[in-house]
Design a protein around this ligand. Sequence first.
Ligand SMILES: [Zn+2]
Length: 199
Amino acid sequence: MEFFPAPLEKLVEQFARLPGIGGKSAQRLAFHVLGLPEDEAAEFAEAILNAKRNVTCCPACQNFTAGGLCPICASPKRDASTICVVADPRDVAAIERSREYNGHYHVLHGVISPMNHVGPDDLSIKSLVERVAKGDVTEVIMATNPDTEGEATAMYISRLLRPMEVKVTRLAYGVPVGSQLEYADEVTLSRALEGRQEI
Ligand SMILES: [Zn+2]
């Protein structure tokens, strides 16, 4: 039941595949793109391909970067003895906005979730253990979300790190259980970092 010419229908379909975009929104976005001047449409398409081709994972912390070490791992001003473990690159951005943290990060790219068939081997946990095993790290802060999967992931990793001589701490969330770090405001995150406790 195509009501639009095939090329437009195809564009609607692409938008409809995006997370959180329903049929109506997909149509609205496709019509918007269709109304763009050609150079702006080209810029939009190019941005998608450019991000896809040039964003890589930092070989040390696994955060998104544009090739090589990320700016945080490369910076001599950052304290390499502390690693803050987060599920997602967006969490790094949230903690950076709080300006409360000067250590390094480790991005897991997900959390352990049996329901979604995500196990420890699907996440960058091995590379975290290898980093800590090198011996220069004194504290690992578990900053996964305070929901069931985030807690389970934090506990799993803390058990792996326990035999090593490293302090493992957990953020003291002043935010309700089940909420997401990504959406916590800067003050809440600062307090969560300040009040972190050993687990
Ligand atoms: Zn890095």
